[in-house]
Ligand binder design. Structure first.
Ligand code: FMN
Length: 172
């Protein structure tokens, strides 16, 4: 399967909508396959030549259940030199001190396994106090979207980010 795999977790459906927008507006079902993380195991991940993961942050700075469950599969994923891009959804006004923390937590897990991470994203344009996804060098460890407070910025952010990662994904 020479496709990009986009794997997502979601609690209330927003991340799934974003995943569908990425497939429909920026790729196609032929070039990018969508997989809910709660139905995903390492075999499915290993079948794709490039990987995108998307997750919201839930609770208080927590990962959603589907992402927690998937962490048990991570040691069986063969990262090799596959490009891996991450995006996270959060609420910078409601949760300013744990903003998109699940994205940062997941990034740390992937980094520890030597994944070839791409798609880091500037922290400018967001207003928050602390975030585990903030790398401390002016970048987040992936695309950050805030559908609660900045939905009007999402399409431009998506377009710019995908333009940035598309060459590394090996996609046309
Ligand atoms: C109960 C609840 C807890 C949340 N906790 C956080 C949080 O700790 N940090 C954060 O950045 N966003 C938090 N959010 C915001 C969600 O991440 C955001 O609304 C996201 O778009 C939801 O995506 P989903 O519909 O795919 O689950 C929370 C939202 C809810 C409803």
């Amino acid at each position: 399967m020479q496709q990009i795999g986009l794997f997502f977790a979601t609690d209330t459906g927003t991340t799934e909508i974003i995943a569908e927008r990425i497939q429909r507006h920026h790729f196609s079902p032929e070039t990018l396959a969508l997989h809910p993380l709660d139905e995903t195991d390492a075999t499915v991940v290993n079948a794709h030549h490039a990987l995108i993961f998307g997750t919201p942050t839930v609770g208080y700075g927590d990962a959603p259940y589907a992402l927690e469950r998937f962490l048990d599969q991570l040691d069986a994923v063969e990262f090799g030199d596959r490009p891996v891009a991450l995006f996270g959804l959060g609420d910078q006004m409601g949760y300013p001190d744990v903003f998109v923390d699940a994205l940062g937590m997941f990034h740390a897990e992937l980094q520890a396994r030597g994944a070839r991470l791409i798609g880091y994203w500037p922290t400018t344009g967001y207003d928050y106090e602390a975030s585990k996804a903030d790398l401390g060098d002016g970048r987040f460890c992936g695309l950050v979207l805030d559908e609660d407070n900045q939905p009007e910025l999402t399409e431009a952010r998506l377009a710019h980010w995908i333009e940035q990662i598309r060459p590394a994904l090996g996609a046309v």
